[in-house]
Design a protein around this ligand. Sequence first.
Ligand SMILES: Nc1ncnc2c1ncn2[C@@H]1O[C@H](COP(=O)(O)OP(=O)(O)OP(=O)(O)O)[C@@H](O)[C@H]1O
Length: 268
Amino acid sequence: MNDMMATMTANAEATMSAPKMTARDVKVFYGEKQALNGVSIDVHSDLVTAFIGPSGCGKSTFLRCLNRMNDTIETARMEGNIELEGHNIYAPDMDVVQLRARVGMVFQKPNPFPKSIFENVAYGPRIHGLSSTKAELDTIVEQSLVRAGLWNEVKDRLQDSGTALSGGQQQRLCIARAIAVDPEVILMDEPCSALDPIATAKIEELIDDLRGRYAIVIVTHNMQQAARVSQRTAFFHLGTLVEYGDTAEIFTNPREQRTKDYITGRFG
Ligand SMILES: Nc1ncnc2c1ncn2[C@@H]1O[C@H](COP(=O)(O)OP(=O)(O)OP(=O)(O)O)[C@@H](O)[C@H]1O
């Protein structure tokens, strides 16, 4: 394929669906200190988007803007515009609890509630009124655990504590918990950094299985992981989005020298 055709294919792929989320000129300050310098990005529904970059470049800060988790940090202040399906998520009438159900989050360290496996998954659907009978709730719990690739391992011990599972199982339980409230976007902040290679491989497979059903955004320190699981990659450096594009392009033919230096291990 010649260069022009390759570009046209990439562009056609990028425009195949309207973006699920758009961010424009997002700036974040912690007190006086500016952590993001005006980030603009589109997140597509049917793709996995990876955020990469050296420690402290602002990946997690930006991820947290996408479901207003930064609201919980007293010193944090955000400027710019972020929309979910065309609605400003920072508008005064936005219900933040609803927003965080639509844009779910999985954290670096698995954080199940100190409750049963069943309750971990059932809690969200119950408080969001997604089921009216016990049978409906059972179905949601089962489907969520199936989708998170955990059902076969836990179906006979749903009343055991979620915290008694292995680290990798706990992380899949947290993914099931996010899935249970029927989100549109799932944000994952270094979801494998506390896991061993086998548990990591399972989460990566799971991300691939979930692609297409949810827009997935993953922050990762691991460039191989970004290359394996994502179709779009955003490279951040010192609070700036340096380059954003097709993952294969970013890793084989980056436009910016700073991206090239980072992916070839010259810094970071
Ligand atoms: N709660 C906070 N209060 C003050 N400064 C913060 C806070 N969280 C992050 N920062 C600062 O904002 C900048 C960006 O941090 P952020 O955690 O978003 O980077 P990151 O790229 O996700 O880093 P890492 O890969 O190490 O997690 C850093 O300089 C960091 O020290």
